[in-house]
Design a protein around this ligand. Structure first.
Ligand code: PGA
Length: 252
C-alpha cells in the first residue's frame, strides 16, 4: 500500500459554457454521494470564469476545485492575467502550472513555471507542476533528460509533498488517443522520483505524488494507476464526461 493517496484531477481546458459546466459538476457530485467515498482525492479545474459556479455546485461534496494557470505576481498591472491569491479566495485548492499547452502557446519557460508554482504555494494552494517531452525529443532519445531538466527548473522553492504535485504528461499523448505504455510511464515516473530525491530528499520524494496525463481513459486507467510510481491522473478529454471521469476515479 502506497503512502501516497492518489489524486485524479480533471483539466477541462478551454471547454464548456455556464450551464453545461454546472451540469457536469452536479453529475460528479451525484456520483460522489451515491457510492462509497472514492479511494483518491478528486479535483476539477474549469476555465477561470467557471470556477465560481463550479465551486458552488461542488460545495458540500469532497470534490475540490482548482485552476489551470495563475500569474507569478500576487497583484498588479497584468491585463488579462489572474492572480493566485484571487484563485485561493474563490476556493481553489490547487493550480496547474506549466502545462505543455501553456509552455507552447504562451512561451512559458521553466523559470516562469517555477515562479507561478511559488505564487500558488504563497497563496496556500497546491501547485501541480507539469513536465513532459515532445515526440521529437522522445525519438531523439532525450526523454529522461528533458523531463528531469524541466523538473529541476520548474520545482518551486519550498516544495513539500503536501503542497506540490508533479504531472508527467508526454506531449505526444495529450489529446491524441495515443497513451504512454505502462512501461514508458513507469520509467519516467521512477526517474522523476529519483530526481525529486536528489532535490528534496528521499523521504519527501517517496511522499510526493506524480500524476500521469495524456489520453488517460476509463479503459486504460486501472493499468496506469496500478504502476508503482503513478499516483493519479491529470485527465483532459475524459474529464468532460461525468461517467468517464468517474470511471477513472473508481479505478483508483
Ligand atoms: P488528455 O489531456 O487527457 O485529453 O490527453 C491531458 C492533459 O493535457 O492534461
Amino acid at each position: 500500500m502506497s503512502i501516497r493517496r492518489k489524486l485524479i484531477a480533471g483539466n477541462w481546458k478551454m471547454n464548456g459554457l455556464k450551464a453545461g459546466s454546472a451540469e457536469l459538476a452536479s453529475a460528479l457530485v451525484a456520483n460522489w454521494t451515491s457510492g462509497a467515498p472514492p479511494a483518491c482525492d478528486v479535483l476539477v479545474c474549469p476555465p477561470f470564469p467557471l470556477i465560481v459556479p463550479v465551486a458552488a455546485a461542488l460545495a458540500g461534496s469532497g470534490i475540490a476545485v482548482g485552476a489551470q494557470d495563475c500569474h507569478a505576481r500576487p497583484a498588479g498591472a497584468h491585463t488579462g492575467d489572474v492572480a493566485a491569491p484571487l484563485l485561493a479566495d474563490l476556493g481553489c485548492a490547487a493550480v496547474i502550472v506549466g502545462h505543455s499547452e501553456r509552455r507552447a502557446d504562451h512561451g512559458e519557460t521553466d523559470a516562469t513555471v517555477k515562479a507561478k508554482a511559488e505564487a500558488a504555494l504563497a497563496a496556500g494552494m497546491i501547485a501541480i507542476v507539469c513536465v513532459g517531452e515532445t515526440l521529437e525529443q522522445r525519438e531523439a532519445g532525450r526523454t529522461l533528460e528533458v523531463n528531469t531538466s524541466q523538473l529541476r527548473g520548474s520545482l518551486p522553492a519550498g516544495a513539500t509533498p503536501a503542497n506540490t504535485v508533479i504531472a508527467y504528461e508526454p506531449v505526444w499523448a495529450i489529446g491524441t488517443g495515443r497513451v504512454a505504455t505502462p512501461a514508458q510511464a513507469q520509467e519516467v515516473h521512477a526517474v522523476l522520483r529519483a530526481e525529486l530525491a536528489s532535490l528534496l530528499g528521499v523521504e519527501s520524494a517517496a511522499a510526493t505524488r506524480i500524476l500521469y496525463g495524456g489520453s488517460m481513459k476509463p479503459d486504460n486507467a486501472a493499468e496506469l494507476l496500478s504502476l508503482p510510481d503513478v499516483d493519479g491522473g491529470l485527465i483532459g478529454g475524459a474529464s468532460l464526461k461525468a461517467a468517464d471521469f468517474w470511471a477513472i476515479v473508481t479505478a483508483c
